[in-house]
Design a binder for this molecule. Structure first.
Ligand SMILES: [Mg+2]
Length: 190
């Protein structure tokens, strides 16, 4: 009986830890609602951001003027900005070629930690913010790496890639589990 009890408690603990990896620190409508000044005052210095449906819709090839202004403002406040996209090299490089950001990574393999961990080697993780639109990739990898995480509402759901559509289904399942436990969920999925 004792063994059984211990196994249960370990499972329960594991489950609790896992489910907390799907809870962002902030939920906002879009990146323009992010309070960069507050982040700076809280010691954040580095922004890792997803691209598709976070900065622009997945079918938008180039940054909009609003996004250029947002990124420029972030940099003028002292943030280093790094794009970490799961999308292909051509997409990411074409999007980022006119931006003056620190780096733009393609095929970042989120939610795997491998590539982001490499990027994070040169930073203090307490100073890093992750911005993204997906629980299953952006939030999950960021929380697993111990980063402060901001979830934005996806810009255009209809332009999602097939892999993302699959993730969105998983996302709805996770949201159900979060709700069951009365944990915070993305407001747009309520
Ligand atoms: Mg995205």
């Amino acid at each position: 009986m004792k063994v059984c009890y211990e196994t249960e408690s370990i499972d329960r603990k594991g489950e609790i830890q896992l489910i907390h990896h799907f809870i962002a620190d902030e939920y906002v409508k879009d990146v323009f609602q992010i309070n960069l000044m507050a982040l700076k005052n809280n010691g954040k210095r580095v922004i890792l951001t997803d691209l598709d449906n976070t900065l622009v819709g997945a079918s938008v090839k180039k940054p909009t003027q609003e996004i250029i202004d947002f990124l420029t403002n972030a940099q003028s406040l002292g943030f280093e900005v790094i794009i970490v996209s799961n999308n292909k090299k051509e997409r990411v490089l074409h999007f980022a070629e006119d931006l003056t950001i620190k780096a733009a990574h393609h095929k970042s393999l989120k939610p795997l930690k491998l590539k982001l961990r490499r990027i994070l080697k040169q930073y203090d993780r307490n100073q890093v913010v992750m911005i993204g639109d997906q629980l299953m990739t952006d939030v999950l990898v960021a929380k697993r790496l111990g980063l402060y995480t901001i979830l934005v509402e996806p810009i255009h759901l209809d332009s999602d890639e097939n892999s993302t559509k699959f993730n969105r289904r998983l996302e709805r399942f996770v949201v159900k589990q979060l709700k069951k436990r009365q944990l915070p969920t993305p407001p747009y999925l309520d």
